[in-house]
Design a protein around this ligand. Structure first.
Ligand SMILES: Nc1ncnc2c1ncn2[C@@H]1O[C@H](COP(=O)(O)OP(=O)(O)O)[C@@H](O)[C@H]1O
Ligand SMILES: Nc1ncnc2c1ncn2[C@H]1C[C@H](O)[C@@H](COP(=O)(O)O)O1
Length: 222
């Protein structure tokens, strides 16, 4: 058991490439901390499967859908006053997925600009407090590919492997330059939410320390 305390109004966001284990860690951490969860919408997402079959046709629709869903979630987290573990950050939508599709030509420049402007207008509202900490899940490419296959979402399994490789490379680059909030990097081989639940203690200790440090810096500088 860890002795570290995480403020009950904290927002902890988990980031990382598809299949790395964000949802599993979101469940495990929220249970341990008695926090609420914010998940992205995969089941009942009206565009996701269509998108995997035709990126060009559905990229813009999917991004707008995710943006709308995330906005609702941000508002919910704001209204509760925090106390959430969030599965994936909004920054990944814009800076990884939408950008990749724009750069590879499966989202038009005009659509990307429209989407980005909408995103920028949204984050200026009070509903977008920055996370207290972003947990970045690191992994080897082959491990994550295996996890995607094991999870068994048909639309992902049928997607050309180069898509996952490009996404993986973008994540590596993105996190190096990410400055929106404090980051704790965790390698997926250093814990196991299923067979060793106690192994997430060191993650809790790390995020508690980071939140404590950054909140005290904020108090001193404001
Ligand atoms: N620690 C772990 N050990 C083994 N398999 C895991 C672990 N964490 C997650 N998985 C498995 O990996 C797959 C992807 O995990 P998931 O949490 O859905 O990832 P994400 O939300 O990042 O896409 C799932 O099948 C899940 O059961
Ligand atoms: N912003 C997004 N653009 C395209 N695809 C996305 C976006 N956000 C999530 N996705 C996809 C990737 C996966 O197929 C599912 C769920 O993501 P996961 O990392 O497994 O939680 O949605």
């Amino acid at each position: 058991m860890t002795n570290k305390v995480i403020p009950s109004n904290a927002i902890i966001t988990i980031a990382g490439t598809v299949g790395v284990g964000k949802s599993s860690l979101t469940h495990a951490l929220s249970e341990r901390l008695n926090f609420k969860t914010s998940f992205e919408k995969v089941d009942n997402n009206p565009y996701l499967e269509k998108f995997y079959h035709d990126f060009e046709r559905w990229s813009f629709h999917l991004q707008i859908y995710f943006l709308a869903e995330r906005f609702k979630e941000q508002k919910r987290m704001f209204e509760y006053g925090g106390g959430f573990v969030q599965d994936r950050s909004i920054y990944e939508d814009v800076d990884i997925f939408a950008k990749m599709h724009e750069e590879q030509g499966t989202m038009t420049k005009e659509d990307y600009t429209t989407y980005k402007e909408l995103f920028e207008a949204m984050i200026m509202t009070p509903y977008f407090p920055k996370p207290d900490v972003l947990i970045y899940l690191e992994c080897d490419y082959n491990d994550v590919l295996q996890r995607i296959k094991n999870r068994g979402r048909q639309m992902e399994i049928e997607t050309d492997e180069t898509y996952w490789k490009k996404l993986f490379a973008r994540y590596d680059n993105w996190i190096e330059n990410f400055t929106e909030c404090p980051v704790v990097r965790v390698n997926i081989n250093d814990y196991d939410v299923y067979d060793e639940p106690e192994s997430i203690n060191h993650i809790i200790d790390k995020i508690a320390h980071v939140i404590e440090t950054h909140r005290s810096i904020d108090t001193r500088t404001h």
